[in-house]
Design a protein around this ligand. Sequence first.
Ligand code: C2O
Ligand code: CU
Ligand code: CU
Length: 456
Amino acid sequence: MIGESNWIVEGSFDRPLTIPYVSNGSASLNAQFSVSELLKGKSSTTLSYANGLLGPTIRANTGETVNVSLQNSLSEETNIHWHGLILPENMDGHPRDVASPGGSLNYSLPVIQRAGTYWYHPHPHGLTAKQVFLGLAGMFIINDAEESALNLPSGEFEIPVIIQDKHFEGNNLEYSPNDDEIMTGYLGEQILVNGQHAPFVNVASRWYRLRVLNGSTARVYNLGLTGGANLIVIGSDGGLLRTPETVSNIMLGPGERLDVLIDFSDLAVGKEIYLVSNKFSEFNVQGRQAFSLLKFKVDREGTSDFTLPSTLSNISALSESLSVKTRTIDIAQTIGGEGGHGGMGRHSINGKIFEMDRVDETVSAGTTEIWEFDNLAGDEIHPMHIHGVQFQVLERMGARNKVIASEKGWKDTILLMPGEKVRVIMTFPNYTGVFVFHCHNLEHEDDGMMLNYKII
Ligand code: C2O
Ligand code: CU
Ligand code: CU
C-alpha cells in the first residue's frame, strides 16, 4: 500500500468510544494475548496489559510513589518504559532490564515531577515496535496542585485519546514490516482511537479537555477539527504550557502528547464535528491524505462555569548561558553499520547503531546542556526522544523553521521533519546511570536508531 496517496480506510463512526479504565496509584499489569473488537463487529487477537484493550490509565499525584507489578505472559521478553517520567536508572525500563517469558518485574516509581500526560509501553530491543503495535501501551497521568487550581474540565469531560494506526490481514493485526517499511515506518490503513476503529463520543455543549497520545509506531498526524473549530493547546509532553495557544492544525509525532481544550458551547444539539488529520505534505507518503479519527456528537445542552485562564503555568526558560556543552546529534544518515537487531541497521545516530553495553555520551548530573538534532540532510521523519529528562525547545532551523505551539513548554520527544535541525536545552537530573535516547519511529528504533547516555 505504501506509495499510494489514499490508503486510509475510514469507518462509519457509529461505535461509542471506549475509555480505558483508571487505576489510581498502584497497578498490576499482565502482558498477555487477548481478544478485542478493534474493527466493528470483528474479533481480533491483540496484546493487552489487562485482558482487553491496551492498558489502564494510571493516575498519580506529584509526591506519591506508584508500585506496578508486571507479569510477562508472552512467549518473548518484555518490560515497561515510563515515557516522560524522570526515574532512577533501574526503574526506567532500559532494554537490558527485561522479564523473560513467564517472568515478572516490580516497578516502584517515585513521582517527582509536574502534572502532565505521560505514558508507558514495552522497550525490549528489537521487539518494541511489534509489542506496541499489537496493543501494549497505556497512559500515565500525573496531577498536581498548580494544575488543579485551574479547574480544567475533568471527569467525563476529560477524554483520553490514544491514536494508533493498524494494519490488518483479515480480522487480525499483522505486524510484518518489509525493508521499505522499516525505512518509512510501518503505516497502517485503519486509524484506531483507544483501540477502536472509527468511534464517536457524545458530548454536551460545553468545554472539554482531550489528552491526546500519538501511540503509533511511525505515523505523524496533523490534528484539527472540522467545521472551522479550533484546538486550544494547553499542554504537551511535560505538562502545561505558559499560556493557551489557539491553533487550527497541529502536528503530533509518534510518542508525543497534546493536551487540548475544545469549546463545544456554541454548537447546537445534534451537531457533529470530527477530529481529523489534515494533509501536511505532498512529498511524504504520510502527509498526502486527510482523514477523520473520531466523531463528536453534541447530544445535550451543557453548562459549565469554566473560563479559559490567560495564564496556565509558570515555566522559566532555561537560559542558553547555563549550558556547559553543546552536542550535535546527527540523525540524517540512513546507512548505518553492521545490521541492527530488529532490521537492517540502516538507521543510525552519529553513524552508530545501538549496542546494549556501549556508552555513547556521558553527561554530569545537575548540569545543563544543549543538544542539536540534525536532520538537515535527511529525507526521513524522525521523532527524537530522550529518556530520563524533560527539555525545552530553543529553535528549529530548516523546513518548518519555527517552534510550534505545543513545543513552547516541556518536552521529551521532538519531531524532526526532513531538512530540519532542532536545538533543545535540558538540565540532567540527579539520577545517575545509563539511559537511552532514540528515534520514536519504533521501526527505526528497533533497527538500531538508539544510543546509550550515562549520567555521572
Ligand atoms: Cu517511548 Cu524509549 O520510549
Ligand atoms: Cu521515554
Ligand atoms: Cu527515525
